[in-house]
Design a protein around this ligand. Structure first.
Ligand SMILES: [Zn+2]
Length: 420
């Protein structure tokens, strides 16, 4: 077995004999971290990133190659002359599991150390009911590990994203799973069951972490990531860092008051943004319209599909040209744009990334959002803000969970060395 797992999961600082050795250990750790998050790199890129000389970098890379943790493969761009070698992490060294809980679906996937998905599982799931959820997640995750055939020792940790008020620091969800964690935190329960490091976080934050590591927010300083799913989530990147707030709850954008005497929200308040701009609002509008006898292709759905109407079905109908679906998406977009106008005035972001189920509605959602922003935002601010659809696809939240696990694992090792 390769000892990369020990290298990354050690609970003790390295037994280095001298400060020079400690420094070398730290540099190797940081090179592995950089190759993990940014992919293959040339020696020149590594020298620039860590401000080290070429001989030093080559020496470290050679040592990492001797350990079979890094290998030379392929070539990078050259500014003229011979193309430089690319260094990358060796394959199959470690794996990370991402678990995504939605209101009505459970998604589990295992990613390798090149961030490629090697196994996944999807199932319908009721988050609201609460009973036995932890056991169910544990069972399905174990089944996936077994069928994937990966060595359990190589699984470094598990990241779990979920809706609700999630405190990553305390490892608790204050909206769901309340019954199950009367004395023990959700994170502790899962850690005890899985016997692996577990990190839980809010799903919108997870999408934001994914965008900042692998998506359009990479190397950008001031970005807002809007998750448009059943609820509306917000992740805020300020000065290149994902902003947490004092209790880790920053970004509860869906529950800002937007409508006077509006509909009752599932949070218990009235007139929240989510009551007029979310997957919940969209399906409610569709069901109301169908009841009122609107002519729409949604009428062709089975009774079962209509009862458990998913936002995806409405978005599909809009993309097929269904006028009613286009209209209600437009209403949602106008309302969401109003909310975004407030955010633009507050944060002056360079980019707003829209992700989640609604991203598939492309112009049917972006045009009304843009119209609303044009109406409600000061020109000087809105002109500086680009609105883009995420390019990470359906796995963005899972990728964010996985990135969070690795950020924490690297962060812990780096602080162990720095404090030793
Ligand atoms: Zn609310």
């Amino acid at each position: 077995m390769k000892d990369i797992q020990k290298f990354l999961l050690s609970s003790q600082p390295p037994k280095a004999r001298s400060s020079v050795e400690r420094k070398k250990h730290l540099q190797k750790l940081k090179i592995i971290q950089s190759l993990y998050f940014q992919g293959p790199q040339t020696n020149t890129q590594i020298c620039e990133e860590f401000n080290i000389s070429s001989p030093t970098s080559i020496r470290l890379l050679n040592q990492l190659m001797d350990q079979n943790w890094v290998k030379k493969e392929g070539q990078g761009e050259s500014a003229g002359g011979r193309k430089p070698d690319l260094y990358r992490l060796d394959k199959d060294m470690f794996y990370v599991m991402g678990i995504q809980l939605e209101r009505s679906r459970l998604k589990i996937a295992i990613f390798d150390n090149h961030n490629k998905k090697v196994a996944d599982f999807k199932d319908l799931f009721e988050l609201e009911t609460g009973d036995g959820l932890v056991d169910h997640i544990f069972e399905e995750a174990n089944k996936l590990i077994e069928t994937s055939g990966i060595d359990l020792d190589k699984l470094l940790g598990i990241g779990i994203s979920m809706p609700g008020l999630v405190s990553s620091k305390e490892g608790r969800n204050f909206t769901y799973f309340i019954k199950e964690e009367e004395s023990e935190s959700l994170e502790d329960i899962l850690e005890r069951k899985f016997n692996k490091p577990i990190f839980i976080l809010n799903d919108a934050k997870s999408a934001c972490v994914a965008e900042s590591n692998f998506g359009m927010a990479t190397n950008r300083d001031n970005v807002l990531v809007i998750s448009m799913d059943w609820g509306i989530g917000l992740g805020v990147i300020i000065d290149g860092k994902v902003y947490e707030g004092s209790s880790g709850f920053a970004g509860e954008f869906g529950h800002i008051p937007l409508v006077d005497d509006g509909q009752l929200c599932h949070c218990g308040k009235r007139g929240c943004l989510e009551t007029v701009a979310s997957g919940l609002a969209l399906t409610r509008m569709a069901q109301e319209g169908i009841k009122a006898g609107e002519s729409t292709s949604l009428n062709l759905l089975s009774e079962e599909d209509l009862k458990n109407l998913q936002p995806e079905k409405i978005i599909e109908a809009a993309n097929m040209g269904d006028q009613f679906s286009i209209n209600i998406l437009s209403k949602v977009g106008i309302n969401l744009g109003k909310g975004l106008a407030i955010l633009i005035q507050l944060f002056n972001p360079e980019l707003i990334i829209l992700e989640g189920k609604f991203a598939k509605a492309s112009q049917f959602i972006t045009i009304p959002i843009q119209q609303s922003i044009n109406t409600y935002c000061m020109a000087q601010l809105r002109e500086k803000t680009k609105i883009s659809l995420s390019n990470l696809g359906d796995d963005s939240v899972l990728l964010g969970s996985v990135a969070t696990v690795m950020e924490n694992i690297f962060g812990k090792q780096i602080s162990l060395i720095n404090n030793s």
